[in-house]
Design a protein around this ligand. Structure first.
Ligand code: ARG
Length: 459
């Protein structure tokens, strides 16, 4: 303990198990780049205060660069005493440029403002470099596919029962809309959490009057968190990001569930590419949609990440308590799972094949019963009445064992309602049914093309 960063007041050693229990380096090493950047900006701030000479600053920045290379090249050697990424980097800096200079970098700083600075930078970089570009590509791939396959008709479902005909592209466009909202939500979140906690000290503030706005600018933050107690203890951004991840995975999961259903032999609408399927160790014929099942299954773990950390956070008194170290494993798991899921979903959707014949064959003429009701509406009959009349026609065709309402003779129609005329049979056309729905958001070709171009302009 006497060798530890905080060892001055200690005489006894840490229990070895306690050391392991306490250490976060096994997972927070991921933030090494953010940690080094933070120290670079912070030491520049100390230099402006005259607490570090220009010569010392040059050496410090050189040392930080060397450490970054070691991490980048996977050559950083961890010391058994390293507790977390902050202590590891500072220890290494001392070895490279000498302890007398390295010993100055933490002046006025605490790991409390340091760790949360690292976290915010790490989150921002993950959002900017991985999640946003990934989502953009996913939406792009879906939009492209929807444009290309706009002529394919399929059943739209409610309650998983055949409801009304829609275009396959309309279904694609629906999930592309969810993912576009996810992308926008993430951008809004980024705006909110890209604020600097650095210079807040352990909790009470900075004793040398460091220019916190300068630190914020140096690190690419949009502003400074205005209360030092909040700066060190606020983990709302972690919660919000994990809520973002939860909602995104919820969308991914429903998307995957649809495709699992559509890819069964019973539906046969789509076929996954071999690249995203796996086989069975026992049944030679099997090809399973494991990619989709994992997209659905992993969402459960991400929901757990959010719920678990909320529980850890709820009883923490102000300001920093070690409970907060628990933010990392959940958050990293959530972000990594979301990132990988985006990539897998993009791969799945860009490589699957569509069986448009099976789709169109799954359409049944009873799915046009609403259109039949609308036919009479166009002749001036109130919809409530036409709904009942159309229902009677469906029942009549069923009773006569006909394959569908299109097979019911005109006389039967007329006996149900005298306002039916021969042109009623024009109703039984899936293409026309779909094309009638051309108001904003509908399944007509023109309406879908508008949706797709609007999505493209939003991403
Ligand atoms: N590893 C710690 C964490 O992740 C860093 C902050 C430690 N601060 C402290 N006062 N012990 O939260």
């Amino acid at each position: 303990n006497t060798q530890k960063l905080w060892g001055g007041r200690f005489t006894g050693e840490t229990d070895p198990l306690m050391h392991l229990y306490n250490a976060s380096l096994p997972y927070d090493w991921k933030m090494y780049k953010a940690d080094l950047e933070g120290t670079r900006a912070y030491t520049s701030g100390l230099n402006k205060l005259g607490l570090i000479t220009p010569e010392e600053l040059v050496k410090i920045h050189y040392g930080l660069g060397e450490i970054k290379k070691e991490w980048d090249e996977n050559k950083f050697v961890r010391h058994p005493n390293d507790e977390d990424i902050h202590t590891a980097n500072e220890r290494r800096l001392g070895e490279i440029i000498g302890r007398d200079i390295a010993g100055k970098v933490h002046t006025g700083r605490s790991r409390n403002d340091q760790v949360v600075t690292d976290m915010r930078i790490f989150c921002r970089d993950t959002v900017n470099e991985k999640l946003l570009p990934g989502l953009k590509e996913l939406v792009n791939v879906m939009v492209k596919r929807a444009e290309k396959e706009i002529n394919y008709l399929m059943p739209g479902y409610t309650h998983l029962q055949r409801a009304q005909p829609i275009r396959w592209s309309h279904w694609l466009s629906s999930y592309a809309t969810y993912f576009t909202e996810d992308l926008k939500r993430l951008k809004e979140l980024l705006e909110r959490f890209n604020q600097s906690p650095l210079g807040a000290g352990a909790l009470a503030g900075h004793p040398y009057g460091i220019d916190r706005e300068y630190l914020a600018r140096e690190l690419g933050f949009q502003g400074v968190i205005g209360n030092s107690l909040v700066a060190v203890s606020d983990r709302d951004f972690v919660v919000e990001l994990m809520f973002w991840g939860t909602l995104f995975m919820n969308h991914i999961s429903r998307f995957a569930e649809d495709m699992i259903i559509y890819s069964t032999a019973e539906f046969g609408f789509i076929k996954l590419n071999d690249a995203y399927s796996t086989g069975s160790s026992l049944m030679p014929q099997k090809k399973n949609a494991d990619s989709l099942e994992l997209l659905r299954g992993k969402s459960g773990r991400v929901f757990g990440d959010l719920a678990g950390f909320l529980m850890s956070l709820k009883g923490v008194p102000s300001t920093y308590d070690k409970d907060m170290q628990e933010d990392k494993e959940s958050l990293f798991d959530c972000l990594t799972t979301a990132e990988h899921s985006i990539l897998i979903a993009t791969g799945v959707i860009s490589t699957l094949s569509v069986n448009s014949e099976n789709m169109v064959n799954a359409l049944t003429v009873d799915m046009l019963a609403t259109d039949l009701a609308d036919y009479l509406v166009r002749k001036g009959v109130p919809f409530r009445e036409t709904h009942r009349i159309s229902g009677e026609c469906v029942a009549k065709a069923e009773n006569l064992n006909l394959s569908g309402i299109d097979k019911l003779p005109l006389e039967q129609y007329k006996s149900i309602d005298s306002r039916f005329e021969a042109d009623l049979f024009d109703t039984f056309n899936f293409e026309k049914s779909v094309e009638r729905r051309d108001a904003i958001g509908g399944t007509a070709k023109s309406a879908i093309l508008k949706q797709l171009s609007s999505l493209q302009s939003q991403i």
